[in-house]
Design a protein around this ligand. Structure first.
Ligand SMILES: Cc1ncc(COP(=O)(O)O)c(C=O)c1O
Length: 325
């Protein structure tokens, strides 16, 4: 057995060591239950309900630095989704939309970031009971932000249609961005990576394409863009919605409809979208080259337009962008 597994977790029990951990090397403060606390002290108890049962809802939000200011993208929409996720799961949030938005801006500002960041708000069932009944457990909320670069290879990823299926909406509320559901994504991604791929594609319970482990998926065939509908067990992504608007602006037709596995193989282009993944080209599926094997023209146009929107360069999308400073 590896040595580290046997060692007690002693080094982490003192705060100095904690604040030296990489997570806190560039994050000074984290917002926890209404207060800003030092990053190295933002810890929770091992009996936290969410740790045991996945009883948490969260968001992933990006902030973009343009050299002068930092812009948080679609902050309001992410917080609305978090409130909706909490409602679906039955977590009482205790904070309203404006409070969550203000807390996020405050947290980013106090950290004085001057680079691209990722913001992770999370609401979780805290400590006090091991009962599955979350009404007995207080909800806690935190908002953290970290410097963040690319999540997937920007020049294109190789994906595998994995054996795990996306959890169906009749077993889990897939519309909620809930922690417990992410075990599905974790095992799917793990299968793809251990088989030598960059990312997983999951089929839904019927066998149609659902999405990636953390991204929605689009294909381009004969000039038309297709993406799976929400009933294909997908997370209703905010970037997916942004792509709908971009496609309209660029004059492309987008259809939400079921996509089969073999349609992926013969697509002219495929791209995956998500807050972390942004607009990432897919260049290979199950070992088969997609299109020319490099990012296609539609993907590139959408990706470039997306980059301009998030950096507040397109006036009509300014309502989506929250300047921090
Ligand atoms: C499973 C899953 N699907 C899709 C997405 C894309 O959602 P969004 O564009 O809102 O980040 C994500 C990322 O959050 C995700 O985790």
């Amino acid at each position: 057995m590896n040595d580290y597994r046997r060692k007690p977790y002693k080094a982490l029990s003192n705060t100095t060591t904690r604040s030296k951990m990489s997570m806190c090397s560039r994050t000074k403060y984290i917002w926890m239950d209404g207060e800003l606390v030092e990053c190295g002290k933002a810890y929770i108890h091992v009996m936290t309900h969410a740790l045991h049962y996945g009883t948490a809802v969260f968001e992933g939000i990006r902030g973009y630095w343009d050299g002068n200011n930092l812009y948080i993208f679609r902050l309001r929409d992410h917080m609305i989704r978090m409130i909706n996720s909490a409602k679906i799961v039955g977590l009482r949030l205790g904070y309203g939309l404006e409070e969550l938005i203000d807390a996020t801006v405050k947290t980013v500002r106090v950290n004085e970031f001057q680079e691209n960041i990722y913001i992770r708000p999370i609401a979780f069932a805290g400590e006090g009971s091991i009962s599955l009944d979350i009404s007995k457990v207080p909800t806690r909320v935190s908002i953290a932000a970290i410097p963040f670069g690319h999540y997937l290879k920007p020049k294109g990823v190789k994906v595998k249609v994995v054996s795990w299926r996306r959890v169906p909406g009749f077993s889990m509320p897939v519309m909620a961005k809930a922690s417990g559901i992410y075990l599905n994504s974790v095992i799917a991604l793990s299968e793809a990576i251990s088989s030598g791929y960059d990312e997983a594609v999951l089929l839904d319970w019927r066998g149609y394409i659902a999405e990636g482990s953390g991204e929605n998926l689009f294909i381009v065939r004969r000039g038309v863009i297709y993406t799976p509908p929400v009933y294909a067990s997908i997370l209703e992504g905010i970037t997916r919605d942004t792509v709908f608007r971009i496609a309209e602006d660029l004059g492309y037709k987008v259809e939400e409809r079921d996509i089969t596995r073999e349609e992926l193989y013969v697509a002219d282009e495929i791209f995956m979208v998500g807050t972390a993944a942004e607009v990432t080209p897919v260049i290979e599926v199950d070992g088969k080259t997609i299109g020319s094997g490099s990012p296609g023209p539609v993907t590139q146009k959408i990706s470039n337009y997306y980059k301009e929107i998030v950096l507040n360069k397109i006036p009509k999308y300014r309502e989506w962008v929250t300047p921090v400073y």
